[in-house]
Design a protein around this ligand. Structure first.
Ligand code: P6P
Length: 333
Protein backbone atom coordinates (compact mmCIF):
# COMPACT_ATOMS: atom_id res chain seq x y z
CA UNK A 1 0.00 0.00 0.00
CA UNK A 2 1.53 3.35 -0.97
CA UNK A 3 1.94 6.15 1.52
CA UNK A 4 -1.23 8.05 2.50
CA UNK A 5 -1.37 11.84 2.26
CA UNK A 6 -1.62 12.11 6.05
CA UNK A 7 1.51 10.00 6.59
CA UNK A 8 3.40 11.80 3.82
CA UNK A 9 2.64 15.20 5.34
CA UNK A 10 3.64 14.03 8.85
CA UNK A 11 6.91 12.61 7.51
CA UNK A 12 7.61 15.81 5.57
CA UNK A 13 7.02 17.82 8.73
CA UNK A 14 9.14 15.47 10.87
CA UNK A 15 12.00 14.87 8.42
CA UNK A 16 12.31 18.23 6.70
CA UNK A 17 10.40 20.61 8.92
CA UNK A 18 9.14 22.27 5.79
CA UNK A 19 5.47 22.24 6.66
CA UNK A 20 4.16 23.84 9.87
CA UNK A 21 1.56 21.77 11.78
CA UNK A 22 -1.28 24.23 11.11
CA UNK A 23 -0.54 24.17 7.36
CA UNK A 24 -0.45 20.38 7.45
CA UNK A 25 -3.85 20.41 9.14
CA UNK A 26 -5.17 22.83 6.49
CA UNK A 27 -4.05 20.57 3.64
CA UNK A 28 -5.62 17.53 5.28
CA UNK A 29 -8.92 19.36 5.82
CA UNK A 30 -8.99 20.55 2.19
CA UNK A 31 -8.22 17.00 1.01
CA UNK A 32 -11.04 15.63 3.15
CA UNK A 33 -13.47 18.24 1.79
CA UNK A 34 -12.49 17.34 -1.77
CA UNK A 35 -13.17 13.67 -1.08
CA UNK A 36 -16.71 14.73 -0.25
CA UNK A 37 -16.92 16.84 -3.43
CA UNK A 38 -15.60 13.87 -5.42
CA UNK A 39 -18.39 11.74 -3.97
CA UNK A 40 -21.03 14.27 -5.11
CA UNK A 41 -19.45 14.72 -8.54
CA UNK A 42 -19.27 10.95 -9.08
CA UNK A 43 -23.00 10.56 -8.39
CA UNK A 44 -23.55 12.35 -11.73
CA UNK A 45 -27.12 12.34 -12.97
CA UNK A 46 -28.15 9.87 -10.27
CA UNK A 47 -27.39 12.28 -7.50
CA UNK A 48 -29.72 15.10 -8.57
CA UNK A 49 -26.70 17.41 -8.41
CA UNK A 50 -26.45 18.26 -12.10
CA UNK A 51 -27.80 21.28 -13.89
CA UNK A 52 -28.05 24.95 -13.07
CA UNK A 53 -28.71 26.36 -9.63
CA UNK A 54 -30.68 29.20 -11.21
CA UNK A 55 -28.30 31.85 -9.86
CA UNK A 56 -25.29 33.84 -11.09
CA UNK A 57 -21.94 34.31 -9.36
CA UNK A 58 -20.00 37.55 -9.03
CA UNK A 59 -18.41 36.72 -12.40
CA UNK A 60 -21.88 36.86 -13.99
CA UNK A 61 -21.63 33.14 -14.73
CA UNK A 62 -24.58 30.77 -14.28
CA UNK A 63 -23.88 28.71 -11.16
CA UNK A 64 -24.27 24.95 -11.35
CA UNK A 65 -25.73 23.12 -8.36
CA UNK A 66 -22.35 21.47 -7.85
CA UNK A 67 -20.57 24.87 -7.84
CA UNK A 68 -22.62 25.80 -4.79
CA UNK A 69 -22.35 22.38 -3.15
CA UNK A 70 -18.55 22.38 -3.55
CA UNK A 71 -18.30 25.92 -2.21
CA UNK A 72 -20.36 25.05 0.87
CA UNK A 73 -18.37 21.87 1.51
CA UNK A 74 -15.08 23.78 1.51
CA UNK A 75 -16.41 26.55 3.75
CA UNK A 76 -17.96 24.17 6.29
CA UNK A 77 -14.92 21.90 6.39
CA UNK A 78 -12.45 24.74 7.00
CA UNK A 79 -14.20 27.30 9.18
CA UNK A 80 -13.97 25.52 12.59
CA UNK A 81 -10.39 24.14 12.58
CA UNK A 82 -8.62 27.23 13.95
CA UNK A 83 -6.09 27.31 11.10
CA UNK A 84 -7.79 30.03 9.04
CA UNK A 85 -8.61 33.69 9.48
CA UNK A 86 -10.77 33.95 6.36
CA UNK A 87 -11.56 32.44 2.96
CA UNK A 88 -12.28 33.73 -0.54
CA UNK A 89 -13.96 31.88 -3.37
CA UNK A 90 -14.52 32.47 -7.05
CA UNK A 91 -18.20 31.79 -6.25
CA UNK A 92 -18.53 34.44 -3.50
CA UNK A 93 -18.60 38.24 -3.92
CA UNK A 94 -16.59 39.10 -0.80
CA UNK A 95 -14.31 37.37 1.68
CA UNK A 96 -15.74 34.89 4.19
CA UNK A 97 -14.63 35.64 7.74
CA UNK A 98 -14.24 32.66 10.07
CA UNK A 99 -17.17 33.06 12.52
CA UNK A 100 -16.02 34.45 15.85
CA UNK A 101 -17.33 31.35 17.64
CA UNK A 102 -14.25 29.62 16.24
CA UNK A 103 -10.58 30.42 16.92
CA UNK A 104 -8.83 32.51 14.25
CA UNK A 105 -5.73 31.13 12.52
CA UNK A 106 -2.90 32.70 10.56
CA UNK A 107 -3.78 31.31 7.12
CA UNK A 108 -6.04 32.43 4.29
CA UNK A 109 -7.62 29.94 1.89
CA UNK A 110 -8.73 30.90 -1.61
CA UNK A 111 -10.40 28.49 -3.98
CA UNK A 112 -12.24 27.87 -7.20
CA UNK A 113 -14.51 25.20 -5.75
CA UNK A 114 -15.39 23.56 -9.04
CA UNK A 115 -13.47 24.72 -12.10
CA UNK A 116 -14.85 23.73 -15.48
CA UNK A 117 -18.35 23.34 -14.11
CA UNK A 118 -19.82 23.83 -17.59
CA UNK A 119 -18.55 20.29 -18.18
CA UNK A 120 -20.37 18.76 -15.23
CA UNK A 121 -23.51 17.85 -17.19
CA UNK A 122 -21.52 16.15 -19.96
CA UNK A 123 -19.28 14.03 -17.72
CA UNK A 124 -15.97 15.69 -18.55
CA UNK A 125 -13.24 15.99 -15.88
CA UNK A 126 -13.51 19.01 -13.59
CA UNK A 127 -11.54 20.16 -10.57
CA UNK A 128 -11.08 22.17 -7.39
CA UNK A 129 -8.17 24.65 -7.23
CA UNK A 130 -6.88 26.15 -3.96
CA UNK A 131 -4.27 28.65 -2.80
CA UNK A 132 -2.95 29.42 0.70
CA UNK A 133 -1.38 32.62 2.06
CA UNK A 134 -0.40 33.82 5.51
CA UNK A 135 -2.50 36.77 6.66
CA UNK A 136 -0.74 40.15 6.63
CA UNK A 137 -3.04 41.72 9.23
CA UNK A 138 -2.13 40.96 12.84
CA UNK A 139 -3.86 38.01 14.52
CA UNK A 140 -5.61 40.36 16.97
CA UNK A 141 -7.37 42.24 14.15
CA UNK A 142 -10.04 41.01 11.78
CA UNK A 143 -8.73 39.78 8.44
CA UNK A 144 -9.66 42.07 5.57
CA UNK A 145 -9.73 42.06 1.78
CA UNK A 146 -6.21 43.50 1.60
CA UNK A 147 -4.95 40.27 3.18
CA UNK A 148 -6.06 38.56 -0.03
CA UNK A 149 -4.38 41.02 -2.41
CA UNK A 150 -0.94 39.45 -2.14
CA UNK A 151 1.28 38.50 -5.06
CA UNK A 152 1.27 34.82 -5.98
CA UNK A 153 4.91 34.65 -4.92
CA UNK A 154 3.65 35.00 -1.31
CA UNK A 155 1.69 31.72 -1.45
CA UNK A 156 2.69 29.13 1.17
CA UNK A 157 0.79 26.28 -0.52
CA UNK A 158 -1.29 25.60 -3.61
CA UNK A 159 -2.99 22.61 -5.13
CA UNK A 160 -5.79 21.16 -7.14
CA UNK A 161 -7.99 18.08 -7.11
CA UNK A 162 -9.03 16.67 -10.49
CA UNK A 163 -12.25 14.64 -10.59
CA UNK A 164 -11.42 12.50 -13.60
CA UNK A 165 -11.08 8.79 -14.40
CA UNK A 166 -9.55 8.80 -10.93
CA UNK A 167 -9.61 11.55 -8.33
CA UNK A 168 -6.15 13.04 -7.79
CA UNK A 169 -4.76 15.67 -5.44
CA UNK A 170 -1.65 17.57 -6.61
CA UNK A 171 -0.06 20.13 -4.25
CA UNK A 172 3.06 22.09 -3.44
CA UNK A 173 4.27 23.90 -0.34
CA UNK A 174 7.29 25.24 -2.19
CA UNK A 175 9.31 22.03 -1.89
CA UNK A 176 8.41 20.29 -5.15
CA UNK A 177 5.12 18.90 -6.44
CA UNK A 178 3.53 15.64 -5.34
CA UNK A 179 0.45 13.81 -6.61
CA UNK A 180 -1.89 11.54 -4.66
CA UNK A 181 -4.60 9.29 -6.08
CA UNK A 182 -7.80 8.61 -4.13
CA UNK A 183 -8.12 4.94 -3.23
CA UNK A 184 -11.93 4.67 -3.01
CA UNK A 185 -11.85 1.37 -1.09
CA UNK A 186 -10.23 3.07 1.91
CA UNK A 187 -11.13 6.69 1.17
CA UNK A 188 -7.47 7.78 1.35
CA UNK A 189 -5.37 9.88 -1.00
CA UNK A 190 -2.27 7.70 -1.64
CA UNK A 191 1.08 8.89 -3.04
CA UNK A 192 1.16 8.02 -6.74
CA UNK A 193 3.24 10.76 -8.42
CA UNK A 194 6.20 11.81 -6.23
CA UNK A 195 8.28 14.85 -7.26
CA UNK A 196 6.33 15.69 -10.44
CA UNK A 197 8.31 17.52 -13.13
CA UNK A 198 6.90 19.07 -16.31
CA UNK A 199 8.97 18.39 -19.47
CA UNK A 200 10.75 21.56 -20.65
CA UNK A 201 9.25 20.95 -24.10
CA UNK A 202 5.95 19.51 -25.22
CA UNK A 203 3.92 18.87 -28.34
CA UNK A 204 0.46 19.79 -27.01
CA UNK A 205 -1.15 23.20 -27.12
CA UNK A 206 -4.42 24.04 -25.37
CA UNK A 207 -6.37 27.12 -26.45
CA UNK A 208 -9.95 27.91 -27.49
CA UNK A 209 -9.24 28.47 -31.19
CA UNK A 210 -12.72 29.95 -31.60
CA UNK A 211 -11.25 33.14 -30.09
CA UNK A 212 -8.03 33.09 -32.13
CA UNK A 213 -8.88 35.85 -34.62
CA UNK A 214 -9.52 38.26 -31.74
CA UNK A 215 -6.18 37.42 -30.07
CA UNK A 216 -2.99 39.46 -30.49
CA UNK A 217 -0.76 38.87 -33.56
CA UNK A 218 1.88 37.25 -31.31
CA UNK A 219 -0.57 34.61 -30.06
CA UNK A 220 -1.86 33.98 -33.58
CA UNK A 221 1.72 33.64 -34.80
CA UNK A 222 2.46 31.08 -32.08
CA UNK A 223 -0.58 28.92 -32.87
CA UNK A 224 0.31 29.09 -36.58
CA UNK A 225 3.86 27.97 -35.65
CA UNK A 226 2.46 25.00 -33.70
CA UNK A 227 0.58 23.88 -36.82
CA UNK A 228 3.54 24.03 -39.23
CA UNK A 229 5.26 20.80 -40.31
CA UNK A 230 8.81 20.47 -39.01
CA UNK A 231 10.19 17.05 -38.10
CA UNK A 232 13.06 18.43 -36.03
CA UNK A 233 10.64 20.06 -33.58
CA UNK A 234 7.99 17.31 -33.86
CA UNK A 235 5.51 19.75 -35.40
CA UNK A 236 2.62 19.98 -36.09
CA UNK A 237 1.76 19.78 -32.39
CA UNK A 238 -1.51 18.32 -31.14
CA UNK A 239 -4.39 20.56 -30.13
CA UNK A 240 -5.98 19.36 -26.88
CA UNK A 241 -8.55 21.65 -25.22
CA UNK A 242 -11.43 20.25 -23.20
CA UNK A 243 -12.74 23.43 -21.64
CA UNK A 244 -11.63 22.40 -18.16
CA UNK A 245 -8.46 24.18 -17.03
CA UNK A 246 -7.59 21.67 -14.32
CA UNK A 247 -7.80 18.74 -16.75
CA UNK A 248 -5.86 20.50 -19.53
CA UNK A 249 -3.25 21.70 -17.02
CA UNK A 250 -2.88 18.26 -15.40
CA UNK A 251 -2.35 16.51 -18.75
CA UNK A 252 0.22 19.11 -19.82
CA UNK A 253 1.98 18.85 -16.43
CA UNK A 254 2.51 15.14 -16.99
CA UNK A 255 3.08 15.04 -20.75
CA UNK A 256 4.44 18.52 -21.45
CA UNK A 257 2.45 21.22 -23.21
CA UNK A 258 1.11 24.74 -22.95
CA UNK A 259 -2.30 26.06 -21.93
CA UNK A 260 -3.20 29.53 -23.18
CA UNK A 261 -6.14 31.71 -22.23
CA UNK A 262 -5.08 35.07 -23.74
CA UNK A 263 -6.59 38.49 -23.72
CA UNK A 264 -8.91 39.19 -26.63
CA UNK A 265 -10.27 42.32 -28.26
CA UNK A 266 -13.40 42.00 -26.07
CA UNK A 267 -11.64 40.95 -22.84
CA UNK A 268 -8.10 42.33 -22.66
CA UNK A 269 -7.50 40.43 -19.38
CA UNK A 270 -8.86 37.15 -20.67
CA UNK A 271 -11.23 35.04 -18.58
CA UNK A 272 -9.28 33.28 -15.84
CA UNK A 273 -9.09 34.61 -12.30
CA UNK A 274 -5.64 35.49 -11.02
CA UNK A 275 -6.18 34.52 -7.38
CA UNK A 276 -8.31 31.39 -7.74
CA UNK A 277 -6.91 29.79 -10.92
CA UNK A 278 -3.70 31.32 -12.28
CA UNK A 279 -1.68 31.90 -9.09
CA UNK A 280 -2.11 28.41 -7.58
CA UNK A 281 -1.36 26.67 -10.88
CA UNK A 282 1.58 29.01 -11.47
CA UNK A 283 3.05 28.02 -8.08
CA UNK A 284 2.68 24.35 -8.98
CA UNK A 285 4.07 24.65 -12.50
CA UNK A 286 7.14 26.64 -11.37
CA UNK A 287 7.81 24.09 -8.61
CA UNK A 288 7.65 21.40 -11.32
CA UNK A 289 10.13 23.27 -13.57
CA UNK A 290 7.62 25.02 -15.83
CA UNK A 291 6.59 28.63 -16.37
CA UNK A 292 3.48 30.81 -16.03
CA UNK A 293 3.07 34.34 -17.36
CA UNK A 294 0.44 36.72 -18.64
CA UNK A 295 2.42 36.84 -21.87
CA UNK A 296 4.73 39.53 -20.53
CA UNK A 297 4.95 39.31 -16.71
CA UNK A 298 5.50 36.30 -14.44
CA UNK A 299 2.03 35.46 -13.07
CA UNK A 300 3.29 35.29 -9.48
CA UNK A 301 4.80 38.79 -9.73
CA UNK A 302 1.45 40.43 -10.54
CA UNK A 303 0.21 42.65 -7.71
CA UNK A 304 -3.56 42.03 -7.46
CA UNK A 305 -5.72 45.14 -7.08
CA UNK A 306 -9.08 43.40 -6.67
CA UNK A 307 -10.38 40.09 -5.32
CA UNK A 308 -11.71 38.76 -8.64
CA UNK A 309 -9.09 40.18 -10.97
CA UNK A 310 -8.55 38.39 -14.27
CA UNK A 311 -5.29 37.99 -16.18
CA UNK A 312 -4.23 36.35 -19.45
CA UNK A 313 -2.58 32.97 -18.78
CA UNK A 314 0.25 31.22 -20.62
CA UNK A 315 1.26 28.19 -18.52
CA UNK A 316 3.16 24.95 -19.01
CA UNK A 317 6.46 23.73 -20.42
CA UNK A 318 9.17 26.35 -19.94
CA UNK A 319 10.43 26.47 -23.55
CA UNK A 320 6.90 26.67 -24.98
CA UNK A 321 5.91 29.59 -22.72
CA UNK A 322 9.19 31.38 -23.50
CA UNK A 323 8.63 31.04 -27.26
CA UNK A 324 5.14 32.57 -27.19
CA UNK A 325 6.49 35.35 -24.91
CA UNK A 326 9.16 36.09 -27.55
CA UNK A 327 6.54 36.27 -30.32
CA UNK A 328 4.42 38.61 -28.20
CA UNK A 329 7.48 40.78 -27.51
CA UNK A 330 8.26 40.90 -31.24
CA UNK A 331 4.74 42.12 -32.02
CA UNK A 332 5.25 44.90 -29.45
CA UNK A 333 8.77 45.76 -30.70
P1 P6P B 1 -13.92 28.94 -22.82
C1 P6P B 1 -14.03 26.99 -17.11
O1 P6P B 1 -15.11 27.92 -17.09
C2 P6P B 1 -12.77 27.79 -17.35
O2 P6P B 1 -12.59 28.70 -16.31
C3 P6P B 1 -11.58 26.86 -17.49
O3 P6P B 1 -11.72 25.71 -16.72
C4 P6P B 1 -11.57 26.54 -18.97
O4 P6P B 1 -10.27 26.22 -19.47
C5 P6P B 1 -12.09 27.84 -19.60
O5 P6P B 1 -12.88 28.48 -18.61
C6 P6P B 1 -12.95 27.56 -20.82
O6 P6P B 1 -13.35 28.81 -21.31
O7 P6P B 1 -14.11 30.42 -23.02
O8 P6P B 1 -12.87 28.37 -23.74
O9 P6P B 1 -15.19 28.14 -22.84
Amino acid sequence: MSVSLSRYLVEQQRAKGNIPPELRLLLEVVARACKSISHSVNKGALGEVLGSAGSENVQGEIQKKLDIIANEVLIEANEWGGHLAAMASEEMDGIYMVPNRYPQGEYLLLFDPLDGSSNIDVNVSIGTIFSVFRRKSSVGDLANVNDFLQKGSEQVAAGYVIYGSSTMLVYTTGHGVNGFTLEPSIGEFCLSHENMRIPEDGTIYSINEGNLLSCSPGVQAYIQWCKETDKATQRPYSARYIGSLVADFHRNLIKGGIYIYPGTVKNQDGKLRLQYESNPLAFIVEQAGGKASDGVRRIMDIQPSSLHQRAPLFIGSKNMVELVERLIAEENA
